[in-house]
Design a protein around this ligand. Structure first.
Ligand code: ADP
Ligand code: MG
Length: 244
């Protein structure tokens, strides 16, 4: 078996008295897409925040290319460069143009020169059909365009892994498709991704493995045909019948 890009080993996380992740084990193979599904509050965002070192674990470990990134000696900047993140709400900096939003991290964190960072950004924008928006400010873009720019920004440091946390949840329904199309393209290009979504038909289509989280436990995990088509747990069946 090849080395997973991301691996969680007995990950535990609590907030005060509340245990939010209980002994989570998860391996994300290279070039694969993992969809996290589950009710609000089941721990999807916390899992991704732990992987991006925005939260510290109570127990367990997380490995990126088999390097223990939860080791206190791990270099957080290096980890964040290798993991691109996009959240639900467009989190572009409103006072910066699209191009400046995208080139900020490559220039600050990677130490890339402006010309090189901009050339790379324009190439990515072009690939997503957004080259004409490079000098616009975020509020001049539709929600779908903003979210696509946020994806470009996450890609700009050349990450090994993308974490996409409900990236279509705040969009008007008619704008969801263009964002999901980008995810589909990235999968075709072999990008390794972990995403959380309430779009079950999309998860079914794009995911190689689906993880159903329930109160901080991976209750069911497997290929989409199995989790959606033949769920083994009553709670999974309940969740799916409510949502689809
Ligand atoms: P999901 O993304 O699946 O909706 P979250 O990971 O956001 O779930 O939340 C899991 C649980 O952890 C929820 O009960 C939430 O209220 C709690 N939680 C998340 N972040 C914090 C925090 N910073 N402080 C306290 N509780 C939190
Ligand atoms: Mg969430």
């Amino acid at each position: 078996m090849t080395t997973p890009v991301l691996r969680l080993e007995s990950v535990r996380k609590s907030f005060g008295e509340q245990v939010v992740l209980r002994d989570i084990d998860l391996a994300v193979p290279t070039h694969s897409v993992t969809a996290l599904i589950g009710a609000s509050g089941s721990g999807k965002s916390t899992l991704m925040r732990c992987a991006n070192l925005l939260e510290t674990l109570d127990d367990g470990a997380i490995f990126l290319d088999e390097e223990d990134i939860t080791d206190p000696r791990a270099d957080e900047d290096s980890v964040r460069r290798r993991i691109g993140v996009v959240f639900q709400a467009y989190n572009l900096f409103p006072h910066m143009t699209v191009l400046d939003n995208i080139t900020l991290a490559p220039r600050r964190v990677h130490g890339l020169g402006r010309a090189e960072a901009e050339a790379k950004a324009l190439e990515l924008l072009d690939r997503l059909g957004l080259a004409a928006k490079a000098t616009e400010y975020p509020d001049r873009l539709s929600g779908g365009q903003q979210q696509r720019v946020a994806i470009v920004r996450a890609l700009a440091t050349g990450p090994r892994l993308l974490l996409l946390d409900e990236i279509t949840a705040a969009l008007d329904p008619e704008l969801v498709g263009e964002v999901l199309a980008v995810v589909r393209d990235l999968k075709e290009q072999g990008m390794t991704m972990v995403l959380s979504t309430h779009e079950m038909s999309f998860a079914r289509e794009v995911a190689d493995q689906v993880c159903f989280l329930d109160a901080g436990v991976v209750l069911e995990q497997g290929p989409p045909e199995q989790v959606f088509g033949d769920p083994q747990q009553e709670r999974t069946r309940q969740f799916l019948s409510r949502i689809v």
